[in-house]
Design a protein around this ligand. Sequence first.
Ligand code: AMP
Length: 304
Amino acid sequence: MSLLIVGSVALDTVETPFGRVQDALGGSAVYISVCASYFTAPVRLVGVVGGDFAKEHISFLESRHVDLDVLQTVEGGKTFRWGGKYHYDLNVRDTLFTSLNVFEKFDPKIPEAYRVSGYVCLGNIDPTLQLQVLGQLNKPRLVVGDTMNYWIETKPNELFKTMKHMDVLIINDSEARLLTQEPNLIKAAKQIIGMGPQAVIIKKGEHGAMLVTSDTIFSAPAFPLENIFDPTGAGDSFAGGFIGWLARTEDLSPDNLKRAVIYGSTLASFCVEKFSVDGLRDLSYLKIHDRFRSFMELSRFDEK
Ligand code: AMP
């Protein structure tokens, strides 16, 4: 089933205790598209880059069969850039800079043929742009949205407006608290459900993720890894695995949402094992499925 993804396409400068990369391929739409591409087709990326965006990045996305027909290139413009630094506790990161560049004047136009997109993922990007894309679509079957502290702090009203159109909001723990001013995550999730989405997924970094609907709570661990090099993009990879699985199976039942959470966590676990998108370059559906099965063993136990 077709999947449309809007979000940032970025050049990231990231420092962790284990290394540093400069102007590496990143951005919410990139991580989401690459992860979803292992599950479904077509995956269409709506975004913008500057003339400085390397051809090799385009070739990589094309090699993953990501449809780039609506990726705009502003010749003479600069690609969105983000810089972040992680400390020994990899759950905590400092944003060093956010340079919107070509995103400042981005005016996403969805061609007629792409307006019927069953599944839509609004990656982390200005909520006004998220809404602008949604407004051009023909009743999608599922809208999954993501956001981050930057937008909660700078554009809360625009975000509240966009959230009314989301079926699922994916957000991390500190962002959920910031958005609702509620310290308890279950109460925060329920408050978010009152704002529009029918389901909320709260990501808790190395402590896993929690899916909350009006009548269920499902808690999934993160895959225990000995080597985590760069957590950048873990949340977006989660979103890509989550919506990719749902678009592949076209099943929105509560049980399948739980499976989608585990596929999301699986993709996030591959992402953090290397810098930038390197952990996602050489996956296969089989490799992903293998780790998905290991997830099932993680917390399976007998009553006696
Ligand atoms: P995550 O680690 O999943 O939260 O996502 C990290 C990605 O989000 C990086 O590749 C950044 O380029 C991108 N990013 C960071 N800040 C923003 C922002 N304000 N708007 C859109 N994308 C962003």
